[in-house]
Write a protein that binds this ligand. Sequence first.
Ligand code: GRG
Length: 295
Amino acid sequence: MSININILVNQEKKEFNAYYKKLLKSILLNDELSKAMIYGSMNGGKRIRPFIVSIFAKIAKIKKNSYLRLSAAIECIHSYSLIHDDLPSMDNDDYRRGKLSVHKKFDEAKAILAGDALHDLAFEILSDKKTHKNTNIRIILIEKLSKVLGSKGLAGGQSLDLLFENKKVNINKILKMYSMKTSALFSYCCIAPFILGKKNYKEIKFAEEFGNLYGLIFQILDDIIDETENFLFLGKTPGKDKKQGKSTFLSNISKEKAIVFCNKKITKFIKSNKIYFKRWQILEEVLFFNLKQFY
Ligand code: GRG
């Protein structure tokens, strides 16, 4: 069976963008901070995370309204992380998604606050009964997300990323940093729909590992395109990792070997999780989707 993942990604993106726009309009004001939040989260992202959520939500038979709210919370978090990532004290980029980054379009204080407020909005969305009627389920969703974002997740990973600048860092440490700064949120995209759908422990564990691997491959490919693509493709300053002395996977191995590494990792994971890949065949296509574009 060959499924065109590109078509599914675009369909989900369209559906998500319409829902997200409506949701933000119903919650936000018309003030400067809200404008910065909207600018930072509705400015042309690929919406890959909502796509991953939709795949796992369909497997778990979750109602559309419920999983779109989950995706909205996740995109609020993702946008917050990008707004803060672009700040002068972090990765210092004037551009994002082909447009001025939030601190350049507005100012630094507003970018910090817009990021903070998007982060908070994610929790407002998740804690609302409209996301799931069962309070315990909502608390689990919130607990898991808090862990993914904190010192052992996104924030911790970003801290390592900055700490590793201009240092010789071994590959295992780089992989650990990637698992925190990038994979953790992808893994949440996979487990959260399974939590909503009350899937069993083993299935949730599988979803977590799937998300971790997906995120790792995503980050390695992101490193490659940072080196090989131009501004038009990236929508942000190209070649920045090298210029800023970033320690990345590519500081240790060549692009070609990195691609082989990703392929081997996926193949091994599929082999050791045959039952799930047989039951949910689309997952194999999803896992190979980003990598296929490099062959
Ligand atoms: C806790 C202060 C604080 C900040 C949050 C800044 C931060 C911590 C984390 C940054 C994490 C980060 C930027 C990871 C990179 C992940 C990544 C590859 C992002 C790009 O994702 P895409 O390609 O972006 O999906 P689009 O623009 O398509 O949405």
